[in-house]
Ligand binder design. Structure first.
Ligand code: FPP
Ligand code: MG
Length: 305
């Protein structure tokens, strides 16, 4: 009966959230969870839940384009997902292949300059998925406006283990000095590396874990994390805007911490050290993000309503 009221309230709320945004994160990574629970609650098969989830995936890609996100990494099939029942696995492989091909043919994907890439041990996937990957990567290879990384047969530990083994082998062969191993050396060897460090991780479906997803790129960058309760097929634009707001308030609190430290430093030094302190303070300021106007503290809200 009050459906229209609810709808207009949601529209107004979505507009308000959007107005409050002062800048989007550069790189968003998403753990799309809850497809089967969504299906069970609607009395349908797991495959229907995954199909509904894939529609959300398409919407999220569009929202990223609209809001200026430059890179989106999606956890579509983890190494753990190989343990699922064969019929569910096959349905997922069909769905992922279809989606990769339809994204690659989509007019909007080309208009927005989306480049599709995959990360993970893709050699473990069946030929039809590998062919779809090859097709999508080739069709979008000339774009560079928005990177869509699809994590398939991906596991963060396996990725780091591969690098550790490579480094150990090179050191044992005398080709690498262990003392020379630094962050750059590891990043060069992460063959599945996204383009940029992750700023925000979103996980739907209520579980508060990051499940072996991008440990190097997200933890190293201390990404903001937004856990929310809607299942992936239910994830709305309002949820997405709230996740971005969490990222923004996190940036703001970092900015304040840096400013506090800078002031404390100035107070702690005497006149002779003042010049040096001023230089450090101006460096800290250069790296501080832009302030946001409204510092509402609702970042722990979880559900859509
Ligand atoms: C997790 O929900 C979801 C998956 C394992 C599959 C996600 C894949 C898609 C939505 C297809 C996207 C396609 C592309 C090309 C990006 P779950 O099965 O773990 O559900 P549950 O938590 O309720 O059990
Ligand atoms: Mg799950």
């Amino acid at each position: 009966m009050f459906g229209w009221l609810r709808r207009s309230w949601r529209t107004a709320y979505e507009r308000l959230l959007e107005r409050e945004l002062t800048g989007a994160p550069t790189h968003v990574a998403v753990i799309q969870d809850g497809n089967r629970r969504y299906a069970a609650e609607h009395g349908t098969e797991a495959s229907d839940g995954h199909r509904a989830g894939a529609d959300t995936t398409e919407s999220v890609l569009r929202w990223c384009g609209e809001l200026g996100v430059e890179e989106l990494t999606l956890y579509a099939f983890s190494t753990e997902n190989f343990q699922r029942p064969p019929d569910e696995r096959e349905t997922l492989f069909d769905l992922i292949s279809d989606k990769l091909r339809s994204f690659a043919d989509h007019e909007e994907v080309h208009a927005r300059g989306v480049r599709i890439r995959t990360i993970g041990e893709t050699e473990r996937l069946p030929p039809r998925v590998r062919e779809a990957i090859e097709y999508a990567e080739r069709r979008t290879a000339d774009h560079d406006e928005l990177y869509l990384n699809v994590a398939l047969a991906y596991g963060g530990r396996a990725e780091l283990l591969g690098v550790a083994r490579e480094i150990a082998a090179d050191a044992a062969a005398g080709e690498l000095d262990p003392e020379a191993v630094d962050v750059d050396e590891i990043e060069r060897r992460l063959t599945t590396r996204p383009t940029q460090a992750v700023d925000l991780i979103i996980r739907t479906g209520g579980d508060e874990r990051t499940s072996n997803f991008l440990p190097w790129h997200a933890n190293g960058n201390e990404a903001a994390v937004y856990f929310c309760t809607p299942y992936w097929p239910e994830f709305s634009r309002i949820d997405f805007l709230r996740a971005i707001r969490t990222y923004q308030s996190r940036q703001e609190s970092w900015r304040q911490t840096r400013a506090r430290r800078a002031t404390a430093l100035l107070r702690a030094v005497g006149d002779s050290e003042l010049e040096e302190a001023r230089r450090i303070v101006s460096r800290l300021r250069e790296h501080a993000p832009e302030p946001i106007e409204d510092d509402t503290d609702e970042s722990t809200e979880q559900s859509a309503d």
